[in-house]
Design a protein around this ligand. Structure first.
Ligand code: HEC
Ligand code: HEC
Ligand code: HEC
Length: 403
């Protein structure tokens, strides 16, 4: 095929969109065997462009807010005037018709890995979507980030395709590498970013708007070192496993995307993640926090033990806090947020009722939450830096500002 830029065997060295946070939840795709629809599942188009792909969902980034546009075939407000060639350029180069530069909040640095065949399957599927007339005011970024041509420079600096395949690895590993770094754009949330919103460090964990997307490397304390490949695949399929439960942005990724992926693809992702070189970990447990630990133990027994157990092991309904990697991340944003605001785990076809975690923000002050979480992060074999009342305060105010 000649309509596309040839890029066989290319991949991006973990390039990251500005930041990705989607605040609302959408229903999952109905299971559908159509190949193009499966491409949309892999890429989680609905997660940002909305259930009917007519757009309007807001992504909060450190540079302001950007809305996902209407990508239904409507000619006036959607992409009804696109050709396949236009589509391929937008998806893989971040350049829309007329040379308009897209922001990497649209994960084109990842979709750049998709080959011609998969791009045209996806295109065929988008043609079957019902056109919706709905104008979306996409660019609500702050000056100067709202100037699109700046993205030309961003692309020069950070859009830097590097081969991803590895001939010495199995076909399964290569499929996993493609999915993680390509359409499934796991690094968009899980890789740390530099000041320009581009990636530094692969899948070693990153903060995003009051959540922390954990370290996915094979590091044993903060990473997935103690998970088997089966544990990883189960988590992605059901939104939960014996170690953890998916909430927040990950619950959405599971509901819209990973729970609908084929088992063989989930197994491939797991094989690839298990082979990632270990990160530097979370910096280890803090010292000199005896007072925090003692106060935290008391408060934990009163407020938390009823569900999570005095031994931190949880139960069939409540996740364990002992040996749970999301507890031991370098930054405690996710767990602070869950304690303050409560949480709802993912609901998937195989695990339909997501249990809920009550909110404690109205009951526990910043210091108490910091004590409890420092205790939880450094008890039952867990080890991670202490949580300060200032961190709790910051996340409390982010929650109040609605992000
Ligand atoms: C993480 C959120 C996110 C995901 C996932 C996502 N998009 Fe986007 N997309 C955006 C945002 C934000 C923009 C607007 C970028 C801009 O205008 O600079 C956009 C823009 C686009 C455009 C350009 C529309 C135009 O002409 O302005 C197309 C086409 C598109 N997306 C298709 C897709 C497809 C197909 C998928 C699934 C494979 C997808 N997107 C997944 C966030 C996302
Ligand atoms: C929209 C952002 C986002 C995307 C995209 C995303 N994740 Fe996550 N992920 C998160 C967040 C946030 C958490 C923490 C959720 C929690 O603790 O409940 C998480 C948790 C996880 C966990 C649990 C780790 C642990 O230690 O408990 C795994 C495994 C995981 N993600 C794998 C993936 C894979 C594989 C992909 C790509 C297919 C992916 N994620 C895509 C945001 C994301
Ligand atoms: C009424 C039962 C209940 C109580 C009490 C409770 N929790 Fe939870 N907790 C849950 C449920 C259910 C979940 C899973 C839902 C989710 O992850 O959003 C959960 C999830 C969590 C998580 C996230 C685990 C993960 O794998 O992502 C943390 C951290 C947590 N609780 C800490 C606490 C702390 C600290 C307290 C005391 C201040 C507490 N919980 C009190 C039921 C409870």
């Amino acid at each position: 095929m000649t309509f596309l830029i040839s890029r066989s065997g290319l991949r991006l060295r973990s390039l990251i969109p500005f930041a990705v946070v989607v605040a609302l939840s959408t229903p999952a795709f109905a299971a559908n065997p159509i190949a193009g629809r499966y491409q949309a599942v892999l890429g989680d188009c609905q997660g940002c462009h909305g259930e009917n792909l007519a757009g309007g969902r807001a992504l909060e980034t450190p540079f302001g807010r950007i809305l996902a546009p209407n990508i239904t075939p409507d000619k006036e407000t959607g992409i009804g005037n696109y050709s396949l060639q236009d589509f391929a350029l937008a998806m893989r180069r971040g350049v829309a018709p007329g040379g308009r530069r897209l922001y990497p909040a649209m994960p084109y640095p990842y979709y750049a890995h998709m080959n011609d065949h998969n791009i045209s399957l996806l295109w065929d599927y988008l043609q079957t979507v019902k056109p919706v007339r709905k104008k979306v005011e996409v660019n609500q970024l702050r000056f100067p980030f709202n100037i699109r041509v700046l993205m030309r420079g961003w692309n020069k600096l950070f859009f830097n395709p590097v081969p991803t395949g590895n001939r010495n690895k199995s076909a399964e590993w290569n499929r996993g590498a493609y999915l993680v770094n390509g359409p499934a754009h796991c690094g968009a949330c899980h890789s740390p970013k530099n000041a320009f919103g581009a990636d530094k460090g692969q899948l070693t964990g990153a903060s995003l708007q009051g959540w922390f997307a954990p370290d996915l490397t094979s590091e044993t304390n903060a990473g997935l070192g103690s998970w088997t490949a089966g544990d990883i695949a189960e988590y992605l399929k059901k939104g939960r496993n014996r170690y953890s439960l998916a909430s927040g942005p990950m619950a959405e990724a599971v509901e819209n995307s990973t729970s609908m992926m084929r088992d063989a693809d989930l197994a491939a992702i797991a094989v690839y993640l298990k082979d990632l070189p270990p990160s530097k970990g979370n910096g280890g447990g803090a010292t000199g926090m005896e007072a925090q630990m003692k106060a935290g133990a008391l408060a934990y027994d009163i407020s938390c033990a009823a569900c999570h157990g005095r031994d931190g092991k949880g139960s069939a309904l409540f996740p364990p806090l002992a040996g749970n990697a999301s507890i031991r991340q370098a930054r405690a944003d996710t767990i602070v947020r869950i304690v303050l605001a409560g949480g709802k785990a993912a609901a998937t076809p195989l695990a339909p009722t997501g249990p809920g975690m009550p909110s404690f923000g109205w009951r526990l002050n910043d210091e108490k939450v910091a004590n409890i979480l420092t205790y939880v992060r450094n008890n039952w074999g867990n080890q991670a830096p202490a949580v300060s009342p200032e961190t709790v305060k910051r996340i409390r105010s982010e929650l109040h500002s609605g992000s």
